[in-house]
Design a protein around this ligand. Structure first.
Ligand code: NAD
Length: 254
């Protein structure tokens, strides 16, 4: 078992299509103890059975825009586990109106919201949990191609993901002193709750199936397995990186 005895704290499970769920399952199946966090109380009914199925150690709600809630969650984790080894950030949000049309029309409020939930929250979680993370731990976040290239309708989320990817590099530098690694997975498009907010999502899937070197889309399980790799000793000297799990689509030019 690749991560036998490790403890993994996972933010961002909404349902069994969530990338966070796929990573949690993979980590659990490979020997880790897991704890799940979900964003809002309305998700509790969905997440509780998932937590039971995965035999998680504990489950808690935490809105990542709320510093007090994050601090309380860190107290809970300290009480339940003391220290832990793996932190998974799989959280993003932008107003639906900002995920269509022209980026130039993004409002100040919409920009702040998207950047706060989708990028700053990684910094906030690392800040709150740094002391609880064991030396040589692993932190991972989820990003997308739209951080680096223009993807129609992805708009403010692309800018938030660019900030997230840059944060991954700066956090890797700060936490690297204790051997803690920080990386991002850049997943190809997957049908999830978050993706349902993006206009024209279906046509993105069709384009990947036609143009990606592997001529297909990816699955949640593909991302889960990369999460396992990043959580494990197999990636012990890798930090500050963005890993594409996208059937190769990102390598293509015209
Ligand atoms: P998802 O909807 O299952 O997960 C998004 C999660 O963010 C949800 O659990 C939601 O509750 C949580 N969230 C939103 N606002 C929050 C807040 N204020 N506090 C706490 N949690 C909050 O969708 P997903 O596709 O699994 O998304 C997970 C991550 O993967 C996101 O960062 C997303 O941008 C990224 N990603 C998704 C795709 C895709 O095509 N689905 C591709 C690349 C990257």
């Amino acid at each position: 078992m690749l991560i036998q005895g490790k403890k993994a704290l996972i933010f961002g499970v909404a349902n069994d299509r969530s990338i966070a769920y796929a990573i949690a399952r993979e980590l659990k199946n490979n020997g880790a103890s897991i704890a799940l966090s979900y964003g809002s109380e309305v998700l509790r009914k969905r997440v509780e059975p998932i937590h039971q199925r995965l035999e998680g150690d504990f489950l808690f709600q935490c809105d990542v825009t709320d510093d007090e809630a994050i601090a309380r969650s860190a107290e809970l984790v300290a009480e339940k586990w003391g220290c832990f080894d793996i932190l998974v950030h799989s959280v993003a949000f932008a107003n639906r109106d900002d995920l269509k049309g022209r980026y130039v029309d993004t409002s100040r409020q919409g920009f702040h919201l998207a950047l706060d939930i989708s990028a700053y929250s990684l910094v906030a979680l690392c800040q709150a949990y740094e002391k609880l993370l064991n030396d040589n731990g692993s932190v991972m976040a989820m990003t997308y191609y739209g951080a680096q290239k223009v993807v129609s309708n992805y708009n403010v989320m692309g800018v938030a993901k660019a900030a997230l990817e840059a944060s991954v590099r700066y956090l890797a530098m700060d936490l690297g002193e204790r051997g803690i690694r920080v990386n991002a997975i850049s997943a190809g498009p997957l049908k999830t709750l978050a993706a349902s907010g993006i206009s024209g999502f279906r046509s993105i899937l069709a384009t990947i199936a036609e143009r990606a070197p592997l001529r297909r889309n990816i699955t949640q399980e593909d991302v889960g397995k990369t999460g396992l790799f990043l959580a494990s000793e197999l990636s012990r000297s890798i930090t500050g990186e963005v890993f594409f799990v996208d059937a190769g689509y990102n390598i293509m030019g015209i």
